[in-house]
Design a protein around this ligand. Structure first.
Ligand code: SAM
Length: 175
């Protein structure tokens, strides 16, 4: 048990160091399951949606979207250990037919078929992604962000869980 805790602490420390060095949009912290459920409700996720998690960690949000809402999921994660944990979790849940994840940079993802984007990054991370979201998302795509807003946008809806805000945005709305 001691080794497992030490490994997980080392993993988190490594991610924070790389974050502060500027190589990542955010350090790792998994969204608590009840918060992930609330994010998916706020984004009105249904079985018709393709949910994209940019920085998907261990794929927990995509798994919740598939299990509880029947949505298809796609995620990318830079970190190899988290990516492997995500692959294992998707396999264990028997959801490999509806969720795909890749070890890849969020900036390399084609967002043109995403109907919902889930983010748990930072304000700076959101702002770095903002031009890509505007350029690539289809009209009316929803972006749901845990904890961190887009400072330049008014959310179309918000929620609060355990004292932390969730923000919903509708991108490229027509009319
Ligand atoms: C706060 S965690 C959120 C994890 C997951 N979305 C969740 O809700 O449980 C942010 C994740 O984004 C990943 N990340 C940061 N920058 C990234 C990038 N440019 N491309 C892909 N993943 C990135 C980090 O490694 C980390 O796992």
């Amino acid at each position: 048990m001691g080794g497992g805790v030490a490994n997980s602490q080392a993993l988190r420390l490594g991610l924070w160091v790389r974050y502060w060095l500027g190589q990542r949009l955010a350090p790792y912290h998994g969204t608590p399951p009840h918060v992930a459920r609330r994010m998916l409700q706020l984004a009105r996720v249904t079985a018709k949606d393709r949910v994209v998690d940019l920085g998907c960690g261990d794929a927990r949000l995509l798994i919740a979207a598939a299990k509880h809402h029947g949505a298809h999921g796609y995620g990318v994660e830079l970190d190899s250990e988290l990516f492997s944990a995500g692959m294992r979790a998707i396999g264990k849940e028997g959801l490999a037919h509806v969720i795909t994840i890749e070890q890849k940079d969020a900036f390399m993802v084609d967002l043109s078929t995403a109907t919902v984007v889930a983010l748990y990054l930072t304000v700076k991370g959101n702002m770095k992604l903002y031009p890509k979201l505007v350029e690539e998302l289809p009209p009316g795509a929803r972006v749901v962000s845990f904890c961190w807003p887009f400072e330049n946008l008014e959310p179309s809806n918000t929620a609060r869980v355990d004292g932390i805000d969730l923000f919903l945005y509708e991108f490229n709305k027509q009319g």
